[in-house]
Design a binder for this molecule. Structure first.
Ligand code: CU
Length: 124
């Protein structure tokens, strides 16, 4: 009887180790894909402003642009670059080619401060 218990124990150990290693390799793959992700440009919107008066990105670099509504419902546009984000499209990968200063504004009528809800994007 003893050897049966022993071999069951060994099998359990091998299975346990297998699951453990699988988890670790999955986690490593996740971490690798995260670190591979390029620079991000995050706009955090509240009533009635964006979290920064201006944002800066480097020209020619692929950037993941995202919009987070911290308070209220807002949508945004980077004027002249055809970049629009809202509740349905919360992020987009964009390569900013032309250096310059672009206006960013809210494009969803969100309340009394809507017209003043503006920021700037500087592409360097
Ligand atoms: Cu608005």
């Amino acid at each position: 009887m003893k050897w049966i218990m022993f071999s069951l124990f060994i099998v359990a150990c091998v299975l346990g180790a297998g699951v453990l290693f699988q988890n670790i390799s999955e986690r490593q793959a996740e971490m690798a894909s995260e670190s591979k992700a390029g620079p991000t440009l995050k706009f955090v919107a509240s009533n009635f402003q964006f979290d920064k008066p201006e944002y800066t990105v480097k020209a020619g670099e692929k950037v993941t642009v995202s919009l987070q509504n911290k308070e209220g419902l807002h949508a945004m546009e980077i004027v002249g670059l055809n970049v629009k984000l809202d509740g349905n499209t919360k992020s987009a990968d964009v390569t900013f080619d032309k250096p310059g200063t672009y206006e960013v504004h809210c494009i969803l009528p969100c309340g009394p401060g809507h017209a003043e809800m503006k920021s700037k994007l500087i592409v360097q």
